[in-house]
Design a protein around this ligand. Structure first.
Ligand SMILES: NC(=O)c1ccc[n+]([C@@H]2O[C@H](COP(=O)([O-])OP(=O)(O)OC[C@H]3O[C@@H](n4cnc5c(N)ncnc54)[C@H](O)[C@@H]3O)[C@@H](O)[C@H]2O)c1
Length: 250
């Protein structure tokens, strides 16, 4: 018997990168998986539903349709997110509202819609995709970091509010992960190779995190084997948050 046999999972932003790797891993481990995305182009056994996490009615409709198809929801992975560059002075209010609307309010809307189903589950778990940017000061990431800092705090508050309803809430904090998002960021850089080298060097491990590595951490937090784990942030960052290495000896 597989770990997720009989469990039903909904993953926002599950058509690409970390979300897709998570959807595939949970399905491989026995879960029935619904992907909610702007462009929900996924292959069987994944089920795609169109949803924009900035639109409450679109989220409610997609969550209800996914729960209908799967016969309920046990696991919610709030993964959809977008990036933003710049210092606190660089983005107008409109951009702050746009990014917070996806990265923070997207978690709120999807969780709100999924809660009635999660309350009915014997193994309810929510995993939010947060970021190293919530716990370390990164240059040129003021807005993105603020959005993820809010996700970290929201994770803790949700874990407290829903503990007695049997719903665990945790988050993962990935370091820079090699996904289509980072590919887009690199291709927009003046010198993509130098930018990749700089991102690699920022990780104590000397390389980017992979999407399957983050998916494995999300799967752990979502699984019944983590039944005593709630209100935690699991770093998947090649040591970036916790380590202080000496320069390598040549
Ligand atoms: N890649 C990294 O380095 C990294 C590091 C830390 C945290 N994260 C977080 O991981 C998550 C996924 O990132 P990724 O690198 O896999 O990105 P990605 O761009 O490959 O995938 C993001 C997915 O979210 C979907 N999405 C975006 N806006 C949406 C909306 N309004 N409604 C529904 N779906 C929407 C996109 O269509 C896409 O399928 C994000 O929350 C991101 O902040 C990424």
């Amino acid at each position: 018997m597989s770990e997720f046999d009989g469990l039903r999972a909904v993953i926002t932003g599950g058509a690409s990168g970390i979300g897709l790797a998570t959807a595939l891993l949970l399905a491989e481990r026995g879960a029935a998986v619904a992907v909610l995305d702007l462009v929900p182009e996924v292959e069987a056994p994944l089920h795609g539903f169109r949803a924009d996490v900035t639109d409450d009615s679109s989220v409610r409709e997609a969550v209800a349709a996914a729960a209908d198809l799967l016969g309920g929801i046990d696991v919610l992975v709030n993964n959809a997110g977008i990036g933003a560059a710049g210092t606190v002075a660089d983005n107008p209010d409109q951009e702050w509202n746009r990014v917070l609307d996806v990265n923070l309010l997207g978690v709120v809307r999807t969780t709100r819609a999924a809660l009635p189903y999660l309350r009915a589950s014997e193994h309810a778990a929510i995993v939010n995709n947060c970021s190293i940017a919530a716990t370390a000061g990164l240059p040129q990431r003021a807005l993105y970091s603020a959005s993820k800092g809010a996700v970290l705090s929201l994770t803790l508050a949700m874990a407290a509010d829903h503990l007695r309803e049997g719903i665990r809430v945790n988050c993962v904090n990935p370091g820079t992960a090699d996904t289509p998002w980072i590919a887009r960021l690199l291709s927009a850089a003046p010198d993509p190779e130098a930018e990749r080298a700089a991102l690699n060097a920022r990780q104590p491990s000397g390389r980017l995190v992979t999407a399957p590595e983050v998916a494995a951490a999300i799967a752990y937090l979502a699984s019944p084997s983590a039944s005593s784990v709630t209100g935690t942030a699991l770093a998947v960052d090649g040591g970036m948050a916790g380590l202080r290495l000496r320069p390598a000896q040549s």
